[in-house]
Design a protein around this ligand. Sequence first.
Ligand SMILES: [Zn+2]
Length: 312
Amino acid sequence: MASILERVHSASHRAIVHVISATPRAFCPPYHRVTMFGLFKRFRRNALLKEPLPSSWQQALGDALPFLETLNTGERLGLESHLKILMKQKHWVGAGGFELHDDIRLTIAIQGARMARALPLDAFERLSEFVVYGEDFTRPDDAFGGPIHGEAHPFGTVVLSWPACQEGLAYPCSGFNPILHELAHVLDVSSGYFDGTPLLHRGEDYEPWARVFQHYFDALRQNPEQAFLDLYGAEDEAEFFAVATEAFFELPDGLLDEAPDLYEELRRFYRLKPHIIPCSCTSHEPDEDDPDAEPDEVGRPLFGPGDPLDFL
Ligand SMILES: [Zn+2]
């Protein structure tokens, strides 16, 4: 497999094409063509963004994100806009008979809005639908050999296990958040590939990104005993970016201490400083009354391995 540094050249090329193709030309990617469908879509989105945020959504935002009041005006607006888009312009499907209530959709969408609040409003353009199971699920071909907790498909579907989402949200300082993980894959594939390099903001961002990510990806594979990121990130570059994203949002101080340059690349990409959500639950810490007791297992669940082009 080509290294991140080798692939960055094609990534930079893609970025240049992306910018150039903003002028409509025959070979423009579809999302840059000014089509009737695109105009209607833009019209609907603009109308949606002008709608007031329902009070129940405001309440849910405050409950989920204790740092809400500290956000600047731009981040707050971005948060609310992404929330509207995720709630109203993506399909939501309950799978396996699971009844997908509004509060579940809202809980998942808030995590997406949290991570994308400083990104452009088309950050999740590749995402078309969420499919949510009421339990861990198994792939039809059982390629993983058991239940899994989430996956992202290149054609725009994110599949989540709601119990796994709940577990991640119950431990907001664990670095385990299946929603952030799968949506990081969606951002990643915005470049056209699941390769751990999303569409960066500027052409000159690619080289430091590739250098830094390659360094820490290699270190994780070669020295797993010194890992400060979840070892699942050693699966491939795409998983490394997804796992690093979870750490960036849930364990930013630890990431900054251990890998300040990796933190900086993520900060530059997400265009924000993450806020810690206090973890009030201590059940994942060793029991002081019974130090020999095993702490509850929290952390890397079963995200699927294998071909990152069709299964993450
Ligand atoms: Zn993954």
